[in-house]
Write a protein that binds this ligand. Sequence first.
Ligand SMILES: *[C@@H]1O[C@H](CO)[C@@H](O)[C@H](O)[C@H]1NC(C)=O
Ligand SMILES: *[C@@H]1O[C@H](CO)[C@@H](O)[C@H](O)[C@H]1NC(C)=O
Ligand SMILES: [Cu+2]
Length: 323
Amino acid sequence: MAPLLRAIVFLCFASGAMSACTTKGKRRAWHTLSNAEKLEYINAELCLMQKPAKLSLPGCKTRFDELQAVHQLQAYATHFVGAFLPFHRLLMKAHEEALRSECGYTGYQPYWQEQLDAGKFSTSAIFDKTYGFGGDGSGRSNCITTGPFSNYSNHLGPGYQVTDHCIDRKISNQMSTGSAQREVDRCLQLDSFATAWPCIEGQPHTGGHGGVGGQMLNGVSSPGDPLFYLHHTWLDKIWADWQSRDQAKRVKDISGTNIQPDNMPGFPARPSNIPKPTGAAGDPGTTTTLGHVLDMKGNSPNKTITDVMDVAGEVLCIEYVDP
Ligand SMILES: *[C@@H]1O[C@H](CO)[C@@H](O)[C@H](O)[C@H]1NC(C)=O
Ligand SMILES: *[C@@H]1O[C@H](CO)[C@@H](O)[C@H](O)[C@H]1NC(C)=O
Ligand SMILES: [Cu+2]
């Protein structure tokens, strides 16, 4: 190639790469949103709950179900593995993108600053009936009966089942202590992904799932409660905060098995019709690598772990705003 042409080609590529993420979406804490912003988010979620399914995923009737299905279908390949944080990071993006492009939402995915509510979830403003996600479950089935999502019928779950049922909750203040600042700090001070990821996946991860209870405590069908997205976006912020402490090194730091161990505590057992994985697409062996493929089941394009390591990269293009 002639030198001039080569220079032009180089410049095009370089400027393309630099302009890839210019305006980062601001992901903010739920309690810092105005009431109007909260309602805009809630109404966009209700819109996804009304939009008909389009991807032919098993049991799905709505777009909300199809995002839940990404998690249900792959629960056994995405927990207790190195891809736990990257997979959920891309799922949060797929959800944010669906709200924006299909339901006219103009904001970005908010997160729940759970430290503020640790040990006292039952009093959290997140459960507000008007400007929140409705309250605790009640009755024999622990169905939620207040708030904007009280009429939604989940079509997937509990667990791997495909059945119609209410969104259920069973708030536990005791379990919500797992979301405390001290648990976050314990993980933030660790110096490798190999130690920080299992720390985050243990507590604070379990604090939010157990503190809300019901659907949220089901490791397979938990995205049936829309609070799932605010909880996992908070966990994603914790990972991003950890990465930012040594960004150059930690945007490349990935490790861990890609085969979920059987019988993990608190996690539904692998049904016999789901074969034990022997590896994962994009990984040469049984260790999670940057080339590992994250499968969004058609909700958004598949990406590799490399693509999602930097929240300010081309694929995510977001930033976390501290409360
Ligand atoms: C739920 O359905 C009932 C009966 O149709 C209706 O009165 C109520 O307003 C609905 N609630 C919500 C939050 O949509
Ligand atoms: C996404 O990745 C999975 C796993 O490698 C693959 O089976 C599937 O076909 C991919 N989907 C698309 C749309 O590329
Ligand atoms: Cu999960």
